[in-house]
Design a protein around this ligand. Structure first.
Ligand SMILES: Nc1nc2c(ncn2[C@@H]2O[C@H](COP(=O)(O)OP(=O)(O)O)[C@@H](O)[C@H]2O)c(=O)[nH]1
Ligand SMILES: [Mg+2]
Length: 274
């Protein structure tokens, strides 16, 4: 995949991304900055959340000891997201907007952001303030301490699922349990379904990931070259504004991802990279 236009301003572009997606092959890789963080924030109709979110994220990252950039990857929401992010980017070039046209999918949006950066540390968080920005410095510290990956975790001691009802908690616990046989012994994460994590780019080089669905972390844990994982607790917050985009297709994409990872893990399907 060739790198598309990268800009700190609103640049509608042809965001077509081939499936599956690899974040390597980018000419940017030759110029990587060793300890820079690129935090991707995928958005689909999140305009109301963005001013508050970006303000919180920028202050949290300003308190961390590394250079950073924030990549808002918007799937052509047409709800004012472009104007809001462009205005912030004008005063802070570390904030950039990437627009994908004709594409949908949370995992694909994350990969698209990661492909369009030279940073050595890649991260993702949701736009709806369910992931608390104040946890970001702890995630960064965990990476700088030598871990390949740092996960904002709802299932490790001190974390929580917010106001979820019993049925949703049960469904989530079952989905986590289903990952246990395919997660790699020694680096099994308690919250492999989190959408809030950082990972060292070198762990992902030359691996293709599924661009549909919401659960990129699980695939990274299973197929990435990850040797150490830290989980940092956080309490899953309430969505600030707007509506969840999780739907039946997301559940179906998760089922397909699980099936593929099981097939690869137990040798009755397409073989993965080690
Ligand atoms: N770019 C992009 N972002 C998405 C898409 N689907 C969801 N998101 C974003 O992914 C994040 C998590 O989605 P959300 O609807 O809050 O999922 P939930 O927390 O599981 O209910 C939010 O920032 C969404 O705007 C998509 O198809 N494309
Ligand atoms: Mg959400």
């Amino acid at each position: 995949m060739s790198p598309a236009v990268i800009s700190s301003s609103y640049t509608p572009e042809d965001g077509a991304v081939k499936r599956p997606v690899s974040i390597t092959g980018s000419q940017l890789s030759a110029h990587r900055q060793p300890e820079k963080l690129a935090l991707t924030i995928p958005t689909l109709r999140e305009a109301e959340n963005l001013p508050g979110l970006l303000s919180h994220v920028r202050s949290a990252l300003d308190s961390a000891a590394i250079p950073y950039e924030i990549l808002v990857v918007d799937d052509d929401s047409r709800d004012g997201t472009g104007d809001i992010v462009s205005a912030i980017a004008l005063e802070d070039p570390r904030v950039r907007l990437l627009v994908r046209k004709g594409e949908r999918g949370l995992s694909g949006a994350i990969l698209y952001g990661w492909h369009h950066t030279d940073a050595a540390i890649l991260g993702v968080m949701d736009a709806d303030l369910q992931h608390p920005p104040e946890v970001l410095p702890q995630l960064i510290d965990a990476i700088l301490a030598g871990n390949d990956m740092a996960i904002g975790s709802r299932y490790t001691a001190g974390g929580g699922l917010g106001d979820w009802n019993a049925a949703r908690k049960l469904f989530s616990a079952a989905a986590v349990w289903a990952t246990w046989p395919i997660q790699r012994p020694g680096i099994r994460a308690k919250d492999p379904m989190s959408g809030f994590f950082l990972v060292r780019r070198e762990c992902l080089d030359h691996i293709e990931f599924q661009s549909s669905g919401f659960k990129l972390l699980l695939e990274v844990l299973v197929r990435g070259r990850i040797h150490s994982v830290a989980e940092v607790p956080f309490d899953f917050g309430c969505r600030d504004c707007g509506q969840s985009k999780a739907n039946v297709k997301v559940a179906w994409d998760y089922a397909k991802l699980l099936a593929r990872l099981y097939a690869e893990r137990f040798g009755f399907g397409r073989h993965s990279e080690s």
